[in-house]
Design a protein around this ligand. Sequence first.
Ligand code: FAD
Ligand code: NAP
Length: 255
Amino acid sequence: MTNRNEAPGKGWIEGMVSGNVHLTQNLFSLRIEADLAPFTAGQYTSLALDIDGQRISQPYSILSAPGQQPVEFFFYTNPEGQLSIELGKLQTGDSVWIQEQAEGNFTLEQVPSSDCLWLLATGTGVAPFLSMLLTPEPWKRFRHVVLVYAVRQWQDLGYGDLIKGLQQAHVDQFTFVPFVSREKIEGSIHGHIPASITNGTLERVAGRNMTLPNSQFMLCGNPGMVQDATVALEQKGFNRHGDGVSGQITLESYW
Ligand SMILES: Cc1cc2nc3c(=O)[nH]c(=O)nc-3n(C[C@H](O)[C@H](O)[C@H](O)COP(=O)(O)OP(=O)(O)OC[C@H]3O[C@@H](n4cnc5c(N)ncnc54)[C@H](O)[C@@H]3O)c2cc1C
Ligand SMILES: NC(=O)c1ccc[n+]([C@@H]2O[C@H](COP(=O)([O-])OP(=O)(O)OC[C@H]3O[C@@H](n4cnc5c(N)ncnc54)[C@H](OP(=O)(O)O)[C@@H]3O)[C@@H](O)[C@H]2O)c1
């Protein structure tokens, strides 16, 4: 499915699109047949298209689990952007450049074991978390996992069936908390993640306490959410993890 011989740049291989599913006007998923080098759930790779004679690339988190074929990605279409809008037009059988070797440290390997793992995402930032949750690791290392997924409107919540499947497979170990900011929807929190950390709504709805020795947090997506949620967690006594410092907050911003 991939053609290493024809890939001009080092590290680029050719993948073939095997599906493009549009969830909304702005959100879509691509399935790509590509022989990626082994990667760890949570990592990203780069995708590229040759546009007007120039190779335009951007990083994208892998949503599917390591070893799964085709490889899957979840995209927001920036109407003014160069690449995402073109990726959204790809059809089955089209080719796309992909970096063979995924990279990044936003993985569970970097996160200390704890009682509860909180995964906080906005929009397509849910992708690395779904990849992690499709592996056995979180279920072996954390007694409880809470997935928090914040979108503007209910229709923006992708991968509902996959999340339902995780709920059924891990009934006592997994809690899903959706946030919808621009509509009032029963069964979801109306508002933003950082405020709900500060005012206790998230702990109440999730039915779990954010206690210092027993919680780890991973944050991904909109940089505003990542920054504001980090401040909210720091005000509760949690600290950034990494660079030799042992803490509870691990993060990845998409722009
Ligand atoms: C480590 C990493 C992983 C990423 N993974 C994903 C992913 O899995 N899916 C994905 O859609 N994007 C992801 N991104 C963002 C992606 O790399 C591009 O920035 C995005 O596709 C826009 O590229 P563009 O060329 O179309 O537009 P550009 O001209 O580069 O537009 C950038 C602008 O688009 C907006 N934007 C960018 N990404 C998003 C997003 N995901 N949701 C909402 N608004 C956004 C922001 O306003 C940003 O300033 C990731 C970024 C990083 C750094
Ligand atoms: N999705 C669309 O229909 C749409 C349409 C036009 C343009 N865009 C552009 O798309 C990009 C984002 O699209 P998106 O909807 O996928 O993702 P998003 O803007 O990141 O929104 C996802 C969720 O994060 C929330 N959020 C935003 N800033 C936050 C902060 N500082 N703290 C906490 N939560 C925060 C949003 O709330 P709010 O509802 O309060 O923002 C929303 O609930 C932006 O650049 C935007 O200009 C999107």
